[in-house]
Design a binder for this molecule. Structure first.
Ligand SMILES: [Zn+2]
Length: 334
């Protein structure tokens, strides 16, 4: 009798509990794939709209990730930072392949992603990547990227069993942003403001740009026709009203108009919303920006700093994307 109970117990573990444990993480992804009637195959393929050639190319997801790492992160960064970048790039792409984060505009010509860094992720072909490096280092650099991608093969980031939207940027200026402070209404539990040490290692951490006052006035007037400005004292027209948790300009009053820091950033093509405005040469204003990019998610310079200090790619990603887990997804084709 005892033997029978043991037998039933062992069979329950082997046939029910073990399989549940094994398939747990990828379930959501695989179900999404099945729902779309997509058959499983040996290699994941992605359709990429190559913007500067105006054509769609299909390639393996892993090869696409190599091109993104080569385009998005300096190759002299630490291996663990490159690996973190590879996982973020793969997750970004995979989540688009299963249409988790559809874009408002249809700019991909039927592809899953495009190569425009302002819309999706930058990407460069192997040939173009090799050309941008010196002959002496080209192969070595490419092999470093291949290693970063290979050592993270198929790994993606999940939050509650769904691939995340792994936004990233060059340099947060010391602290990342809450997603909802950059994009209104976009509250995302894993895109929260965190400390980002090492951002100051970026040689372009702080950049001063001189603007002619007349150029700023004309940009403001064309965007906000109702604006009233005292053009004789432009510096006094800018009043910062609110900072984000990440220390960046959230709201600013210019003349009689109140706008978001992100709006001014777009209007003047500022490197970030962490800025201050001072008097420059005659009829000029100097705008000093700290950091580079929207500031949400992983800071690439911060990732490199953590890697230099012994952080693994998983530790880096868990720092910048709070509460995430990892999974190796089954290979699927689209
Ligand atoms: Zn795109």
């Amino acid at each position: 009798m005892k033997k029978l109970i043991y037998y039933i117990l062992i069979m329950t573990i082997v046939t029910i509990i073990l399989p549940m444990l094994i398939v747990r993480g990828c379930n959501t992804v695989i179900e999404d794939v099945k729902e779309k009637g997509i058959a499983k195959k040996a290699e994941v393929k992605i359709k990429v709209y190559i913007k500067d050639q105006d054509k769609v190319e299909e390639m393996s997801l892993e090869n696409y990730v190599k091109g993104v790492v080569a385009a998005e992160m300096p190759v002299n960064f630490e291996m663990e930072a490159l690996k973190a970048q590879a996982v973020a790039a793969r997750t970004f792409a995979f989540s688009r392949m299963i249409d988790l984060y559809p874009s408002k505009e249809d700019v991909h010509k039927g592809a899953h992603v495009c190569t425009d860094s302002k819309h999706c992720q930058a990407w460069v072909s192997k040939n173009d990547a090799l050309k941008k490096w010196s002959v002496l280092n080209a192969d070595k650099n490419w092999n470093k990227i291949v290693k970063a991608v290979k050592e993270t093969e198929d790994i993606i980031l999940l939050y509650e069993d769904n691939p995340i939207n792994p936004l990233y940027h060059a340099n947060s200026g010391g602290r990342t942003e809450n997603s909802e402070e950059v994009w209104e209404g976009m509250v995302v539990p894993y895109l929260k403001s965190v400390k980002s040490d090492g951002d100051a290692d970026d040689p372009n951490f702080e950049v001063v740009t001189a603007f002619k006052e007349e150029d700023i006035i004309s940009a403001l007037k064309s965007k906000y026709p109702e604006i009233l400005l005292n053009e004789d004292d432009m510096l006094s027209q800018f009043n910062i009203l609110e900072l984000s948790e990440g220390g960046k300009v959230k709201k600013i009053k210019i003349g009689n108009v109140e706008i978001k820091g992100t709006e001014l950033r777009n209007l003047l093509s500022l490197r970030s919303t962490n800025f201050k405005i001072e008097k420059g040469e005659e009829n000029e204003l100097n705008i000093t920006t700290i950091g580079f990019g929207h500031g949400v998610g992983m800071s690439q310079y911060g990732a490199n700093y953590l890697a230099k200090n012994g952080g693994t790619f998983k530790e880096i990603l868990k720092h910048y994307y709070r509460g995430v887990s990892f999974d190796v997804c089954q290979k699927v084709d689209f």
